[in-house]
Design a protein around this ligand. Sequence first.
Ligand SMILES: *[C@@H]1O[C@H](CO)[C@@H](O)[C@H](O)[C@H]1NC(C)=O
Ligand SMILES: *[C@@H]1O[C@H](CO)[C@@H](O)[C@H](O)[C@H]1NC(C)=O
Length: 217
Amino acid sequence: MSQKMTVLLVFFLFHFYTTTSSDPDPVQDFCIPEPKHGSQGTVRFIGSACKNISNVTVDDFVFDGIRSPGNFTPMGFAGLSVNPTIFPGLNTLGMSFVRADLNVGGVNVPHLHPRATEIAFVIEGMVYSGFVDSMNRVFAKVIRKGEVMVFPKGLVHFQMNVGDSTATIFGSFNSQNPGMERIPIAIFGSGIKGELLEKAFGLNAREVEMLRRKFNP
Ligand SMILES: *[C@@H]1O[C@H](CO)[C@@H](O)[C@H](O)[C@H]1NC(C)=O
Ligand SMILES: *[C@@H]1O[C@H](CO)[C@@H](O)[C@H](O)[C@H]1NC(C)=O
């Protein structure tokens, strides 16, 4: 095979792999990570040893950390993301979740999860909720208590409390590690060269500096 063909083949296989891969199916009922591995911060969930089954209890599968909201940001948003790092029972199961609370007028800024589709269930309140597809079409509307919206994997989405009381949302992800990029911080808080930002957004140096200060995490 010529070198060119090999390069093409490798490219194709890699492309195929990355566009079809997702969290793997578990090959056992569960794998509660061994605390001594999990807590050291060197080995996390992938490749960490599982707890001896005879030491696993029902409490390994119960999580009580989202009974109340997290800390609200100045934008009136409180998010508690729950993945195997804080709820080891999720490990290898291909799922994770979030509790989100929004004060009146509060905003969950446009963001995306590179590795997961999200199902958002409104437990309380009225939320303007939507996403933008890869043709830059916006799909957004006000959803209410008891209603559900799905945000397709990797697409930018957002929420704002448009009701007159706190809104609470339970979000569920089809990955144990969905990842998260908040657009304002990813763009202005990440250290991208100022000159590029000026050109990309048609801003002057002072405006870019102001946005950088604002979104520096
Ligand atoms: C099981 O739990 C007991 C009591 O906490 C502990 O002493 C023991 O080392 C554990 N065994 C394993 C294999 O994790
Ligand atoms: C798990 O623990 C049980 C009871 O302590 C023990 O008999 C068994 O050998 C352990 N299994 C492994 C894989 O360590």
